[in-house]
Write a protein that binds this ligand. Structure first.
Ligand code: NOJ
Length: 516
């Protein structure tokens, strides 16, 4: 198998807690995932990225890692994880695990030792402990989840957490932190994982004592690159491994630096994910992507959603179709029919573009964002940290519907950890496999064609009318997406369409087609 498999891979993101529940406790787990591996193989994906599966108090859905070398009992055991990796490989599916280097859990051994050892101790040096300014925190930094980025401990010192207080930040100037993560990477590579998704990759380096110098005090500091050079050198000693950075940076020149040949292999394409349903904007993002990544020799990745953002079906049905963390537009009116039509077209667009593509679980079912979860069931720390003004990310993390006509829709035997809407009976895997016009069948067919002739390579834009994206791939396949208001003529053999064409070969608005 190719060592550069990731350049054109279709990667399916599994949010384990919500994928499938094998042991009947209402929470997804490895047993559930292993039982459904055949579904993913038949879907036609090349790899799975799993969100953190480590022991964790789950203050932030597992991004508060207590032990980087284990598996949370909710999900199973390390032995099961190893068996799962082997089974996936047997089906030709590669595995990417999530590593969270910016912060750990406040219940981790290192942080508990730091609390116990007290001010001035070497144990505290692995984190950012500081005295306050009187009763005020050491500086004015704000947490990304809301509120101050500092929490006071009983002996009076404060520690830094860019996210929740349960997620203390590591001090990356400390050699033991550097060594620890190299060791964690080795641990998982030795167990056969094919890649690492690097959480919050741009914020590891910070200096809370520095005078404000006009730069962001913790985002994208130059010294962060030294860390990834070390990681890449290690990854290069294992054949075919990939580092995938979660790097949210508006400045594409700065983003490109993470993809230098001795750093990460790929990063998620967040400008594409955030772009509105607008031909001009999307074409600009696509061109910028190639202009940014091309000189680095890195392939693009195409991303429509993940466990942190509003589901595409809901987003594309709104008046404002862009996504921005700062404003989730919760409960903004959405037209579900329009949203689905556009999400289908967006799927064919993203699957036709050169490079890798990510599919977040449930996208292939066209699941909407669940916007009416009862407030008391919300688990995302953003909800409380924002003073209950931002409803956060639970709405895209609702357990998948597999079969049947009522909750839990084959997810497991118990009530799921977040309630599923009754209307999901039409969106189950079972229902969609029986319907050739379903979103699932569109994904399956598109992934089949994609595997045969798309993936890595290049694109040639074709002349098109305003509001239309049209390009050809190296194999000769053409993709035409109509984002305009009027039908447009298309010619050629139709391989796949996101919706019916009008008579005389007219492609309706919000529809995409693959042609030969
Ligand atoms: C990014 C992850 O995707 C998100 O879910 C998490 O809350 C933050 N990083 C903090 O780890």
């Amino acid at each position: 198998m190719s060592e550069t498999w990731w350049r054109g891979a279709a990667i399916y993101q599994v949010y384990l807690r919500s994928f499938a529940d094998g042991n009947g406790d209402g929470t997804g787990d490895l047993a559930g995932l292993r039982a459904r591996l055949a579904y993913l193989a038949e879907l036609g994906i090349d790899a799975i990225w799993l969100n953190p599966w480590y022991p964790s108090p789950m203050a932030d859905g597992g991004y508060d890692v207590a032990d980087y070398r284990g598996v949370h009992p909710w999900f199973g055991t390390l032995a099961e994880a190893e068996a799962f990796i082997g089974e996936a490989h047997g089906l030709g599916i590669r595995i990417i695990v999530d590593v969270v280097p910016n912060h750990t859990s406040d219940r981790s051994e290192w942080f508990r030792a730091a609390l116990a050892a007290g001010p001035g101790s070497p144990e505290r040096e692995r984190f950012w402990f500081r005295p306050g300014r009187g009763d005020a925190p050491p500086n004015d930094w704000k947490s990304i989840f809301g509120g101050p980025a500092w929490t006071r401990v009983p002996d009076g010192e404060w520690y830094l957490h860019l996210f929740a207080p349960e997620q203390p930040d590591f001090n990356w100037t400390h050699p033991e932190v550097v060594q620890e993560f190299l060791d964690v990477l080795r641990f998982w590579f030795d167990r056969g994982v094919d890649g690492i998704r690097v959480d919050s990759a741009a914020v590891l380096v910070k200096d809370p004592d520095a005078e404000p110098d006009g730069l962001d005090p913790y985002t994208d500091r130059d010294a962060v690159h030294e860390i990834y050079r070390g990681w890449r050198a290690l990854a290069d000693t294992y054949p075919g491994r990939v580092l995938v950075g979660e790097v949210w940076l508006p400045d594409q020149e700065r983003l490109a630096r993470y993809l230098r040949p001795d750093e990460m292999h790929t990063v998620f394409n967040f400008p594409f994910l955030g772009a509105p349903w607008d031909a001009g904007v999307l074409r600009g993002v696509i061109d910028d992507t190639f202009a940014t990544l091309g000189p680095m020799g890195a392939p693009a990745t195409w991303v429509l959603g993940n466990h942190d953002v509003t589901r595409p079906v809901t987003r594309y049905g709104r008046r404002d179709t862009s996504f921005d963390h700062a404003d989730r537009k919760h409960l903004a009116p959405t037209d579900p029919v329009l949203g689905v039509r556009r999400a289908r077209a967006a799927a064919l667009l993203s699957l036709a573009l050169p490079g890798g593509v990510y599919i977040y679980q449930g996208e292939e079912l066209g699941l909407p964002e669940v916007e009416d979860l009862p407030d008391e069931m919300r688990q995302d720390p953003i909800w409380e940290r924002s003073g209950r003004t931002d409803r956060g990310r639970d709405g895209c993390r609702v357990p998948l519907p597999w079969s049947g006509v009522e909750p839990p829709f084959g997810f497991g035997d118990a009530e799921p950890w977040l309630p599923q809407p009754a209307g999901w009976k039409e969106l189950t895997v079972e229902a969609q496999l029986a319907d050739p016009a379903s979103m699932l069948e569109l994904y399956r067919e598109a992934l089949r064609v994609r595997r045969a002739e798309l993936g890595d390579g290049s694109l040639t834009w074709l002349p098109s009318e305003e509001g239309v994206l049209a390009f050809a791939r190296d194999s000769g396949l053409r993709c035409v997406v109509n984002l305009g208001a009027a039908p447009v003529p298309v010619a050629g053999e139709v391989l796949l369409a996101s919706g019916p064409l009008d008579g005389d070969g007219l492609l309706p608005p919000d529809t995409a087609v693959w042609l030969r």
